[in-house]
Design a protein around this ligand. Structure first.
Ligand SMILES: Cc1cc2nc3c(=O)[nH]c(=O)nc-3n(C[C@H](O)[C@H](O)[C@H](O)COP(=O)(O)OP(=O)(O)OC[C@H]3O[C@@H](n4cnc5c(N)ncnc54)[C@H](O)[C@@H]3O)c2cc1C
Length: 391
């Protein structure tokens, strides 16, 4: 079924990577997903194998820096394919490879790259990104975490909330306020690489979540953490630009997670309705209401994916795609929720139980309308881009 959806493998390398992760996912990711959802445990062994066995860490990093040398499309393919089996595992992958590695790679200086990239690309270190705070999520520029320069260090204080991989991670890209100058408010924020082992860094209790249970989430707390000046990423006050640029690839890869969920639910729903379950002597797909579930799910998934691949192929470090990235995330997160809900309805009592993965997929899908900017924030961003176009 999913073969019919392979609309975008622009090069041989993309086609190979899709095929490789698809078969590896069926063999290794699918069998463990239900258990890790139920036990709410991060599968650290399998996560590390994504790097050591498949070489999927550093996808967007150039080969001369130890990466795979591919692009946002490759990241989208990997995340879409493996989210068909375990969206939680792939949320942790996304935090590592997109929120940390991709962002860091595009902003760090040669010494910083040399020091940190080999560790995170080999999978020796697990990484994440800390932007949100208990009092500042959508209103992210209201963040209060502060870094004050003192000699050769910055002293970092504050609390970050809902940080993916915080309980298992070794290194984080942390955003903090470094200036209160009201005339220069766009240059108020800086980013730092912070290691979890440093004095003053601690991790809050693991969050108990509705979905994405195999991806660990918690607060990251900084109390008088001395961050060496060499760990400032980019120049002081430059974080807003790279924060915004990285949000675009974050949004298309979160949309890719939604696409993977929609594809999986469509597969399970179509197979069940067309070939397995009969009622009143007929396959469920003979009934008009079920046909509508199937047809709308197919059309919404296919059109959302067309937008997703169109936007992701345009993303590069010098091309801004804020409107397309927000539209792809908005379209596909809604699609994933609707398709998962229709899949549960089509499977009836079986759909509501854990016998099929569709109930897990719905729980996982809901996070994607919240993380990386809520759908309400996407409405706001899309309209502000439209004002620039039409205003
Ligand atoms: C499982 C999980 C993993 C996460 N991982 C990370 C991570 O790795 N790193 C990280 O930095 N963050 C992470 N986050 C945080 C996530 O990005 C935020 O939860 C998200 O940005 C929303 O912020 P908030 O929760 O503070 O909601 P709020 O900003 O308080 O929003 C609450 C509601 O109000 C609405 N709202 C707010 N402002 C407006 C407005 N102007 N107009 C209309 N509606 C509005 C929102 O859309 C939402 O419906 C994660 C969150 C979760 C749940």
């Amino acid at each position: 079924m999913t073969q019919r959806f392979d609309l975008y493998n622009p090069t041989e390398a993309h086609a190979t990577i899709r095929e490789m992760v698809r078969s590896w996912g069926e063999e290794h990711v699918e069998p463990q997903a239900r258990e890790h959802d139920e036990t709410e445990k991060f599968n650290e062994g399998l996560f590390r194998r994504l790097g050591s066995e498949l070489g999927l860490f550093g996808v967007t990093v150039a080969e001369e820096h130890g990466g795979v040398g591919l692009d946002a499309v490759a990241s989208v393919i990997i995340i879409e394919e493996l989210s068909r089996f375990d969206p939680g595992l792939m949320l942790s992958y996304l935090a590592h490879d997109i929120l940390f590695v991709n962002n860091f790679y595009h902003t760090a200086n040669p010494e910083q790259r040399e020091h940190y990239l080999p560790r995170v690309i080999s999978g020796e270190w697990i990484a994440g990104m800390a932007m949100s705070e208990p009092g500042a999520g959508t209103d992210v520029l209201g963040m209060t975490t502060r870094a004050v320069r003192q000699g050769d260090s910055y002293v970092l204080n504050g609390t970050k909330a809902w940080i993916t991989n915080a309980p298992c991670g070794d290194v984080f890209l942390v955003y903090a306020r470094t200036s209160d100058d009201p005339d220069n408010c766009r240059q108020a924020w800086s980013s730092f690489v912070v290691e979890r082992g440093w004095p003053g860094v601690s991790v809050g209790r693991k969050e108990e979540k509705m979905g994405m249970k195999s991806s660990p989430t918690s607060q990251l707390i900084f109390e008088d953490v001395e961050v060496p000046v060499e760990n400032l990423v980019g120049t002081e006050g430059s974080a807003l630009i790279h924060m915004m640029r990285n949000l675009e690839i974050e949004r298309v890869t979160l949309a890719a997670q939604s696409a993977g969920i929609a594809l999986r639910c469509l597969d399970d729903m179509a197979r069940y309705a067309i070939t397995e379950r009969k009622a009143f002597g007929k396959h469920l797909s003979e009934f008009g209401q079920i046909q509508r579930f199937l047809a709308e799910s197919y059309a919404e998934t296919a059109s959302g994916r067309a937008l997703l691949y169109d936007v992701s192929r345009r993303i590069s470090s010098d091309s801004r795609q804020s409107l397309g990235a927000a539209a792809a995330k908005l379209a596909l997160t809604g699609t994933a929720e609707r398709v998962a809900r229709r899949a549960i309805q089509t499977l009836g009592g079986y759909g509501y139980t854990r016998e099929f993965p569709v109930e897990r997929m719905l729980r996982d899908a809901i996070l994607l309308s919240i993380g990386g900017g809520t759908n309400e924030a996407m409405h706001k961003n899309i309209v502000s881009d439209l004002r620039r176009i039409y205003g």
